[in-house]
Design a protein around this ligand. Structure first.
Ligand code: URA
Length: 212
């Protein structure tokens, strides 16, 4: 598993305001979208392309365009939805699928409650969106689910990660034979006893959409 931690002052600046408990939901949503667009630049570094012949007003030339089949973006509901607009800004021709996963706050067990994805993802590049890589349980399940459908390469985009979650993901995916990359805004100190990232930003879904 390849991990890329963004090291950029603009990302650190936006993350600081995102973490601040005084930041209201509309501002939180705007910052999350802006952050994803910055992270997406790195996450899409190896997006598949093919040559494309064009003519400029001056001369014929060969450029590139996104190859078919187009990548598929999969936000993990609910908090991953807050990252979707930022990602499709950079990849407007990508398809979007949805995966609904929830973790039991007591046992931290993850279960799938919804999915809207093509049955066959053979050969597809997949971008998973989940703001918080905490225990890593949700992402292990999501990667297993998508590889079972044939995904051929997976990039996970997160705003924050805990070292424990990254280690868990790394060990669970050690035997996966497709490339998995994680692009994350920053890696925080640790998880607390409730599975929250410290210092983190609280419950990302609640901060985006209100407390359920
Ligand atoms: N999910 C969240 O929304 N926040 C955390 O800190 C951990 C998991």
């Amino acid at each position: 598993m390849d991990v890329h931690v963004a090291d950029h002052p603009l990302i650190a600046h936006k993350l600081t305001y995102l973490r601040d408990k005084r930041t209201d939901s509309p501002t939180f949503r705007r910052l999350a979208e802006e952050l994803v667009t910055l992270l997406a630049y790195e996450a899409t570094r190896e997006v598949r392309t093919e040559p494309f012949d064009i003519e400029t007003p001056v001369a014929p030339t060969t450029g590139i365009k996104l190859a078919n089949p187009k990548p598929i973006i999969v936000p993990i509901l609910r908090a991953g939805l807050g990252m979707l607009d930022g990602m499709v800004k950079l990849l407007p021709s990508a398809e979007v699928g949805f995966l609904g996963m929830i973790r039991n706050e007591e046992t931290l067990e993850v279960s799938t409650y919804a999915n809207r994805l093509p049955d066959d993802l053979t050969g597809r590049q997949v971008f998973i969106l989940d703001p918080m890589l905490a225990t890593g349980g949700t992402l292990v399940m999501a990667v297993d689910y998508l590889t079972a459908k044939g995904a051929s390469d997976i990039t996970i985009v997160c705003l924050l990660a805990a070292p424990e979650g990254l280690a868990h993901l790394e060990s669970e995916l050690a035997s996966t034979d497709i490339p998995v990359k994680v692009v994350v805004g920053t890696v925080d100190e640790r998880l607390n006893e409730k599975g929250y990232i410290v210092p983190g930003l609280g419950d990302a879904g609640d901060r985006l959409y209100g407390v359920l």
